[in-house]
Design a protein around this ligand. Sequence first.
Ligand code: DGP
Length: 121
Amino acid sequence: MYDKNNIFAKILRGEIPCKKIYESANVLAFYDVNPQKKIHALVIPKGEYMDLDDLNSKASAEEMVELIKAITIVAKKIGISDLVKGGGYRALVNVGENGGQEVPHLHFHIFGGEKIGKMVS
Ligand code: DGP
């Protein structure tokens, strides 16, 4: 069951501040409070989805498309998407305990601004 008191639900309700990068009808993107790389952003759906499976079974096609599109919009906005200018980034989702998910609201991590290194460590 979705936990309405998770930290991202609080950010979405405006109860906790965030450094906002981008917002649309169904998506919010902001900087990670504990960056793991030089640039570390998070892209989340506004809908109450715990993980990818939850999104897949409950979200509209419009919400899904908007979420995926937001990754590229955000990467462009924070200046890490232009490959000619040395950009490039990694987008990833942690799912569940084995996947290392800590916050139970679906989120895409976007890492960039430097070489991101090994895919899995
Ligand atoms: P994950 O391990 O995939 O669930 O990643 C959760 C991320 O959320 C982690 O990188 C730290 C970030 N985070 C946790 N609390 C906050 C917060 O209050 N604000 C922001 N901006 N990020 C947070």
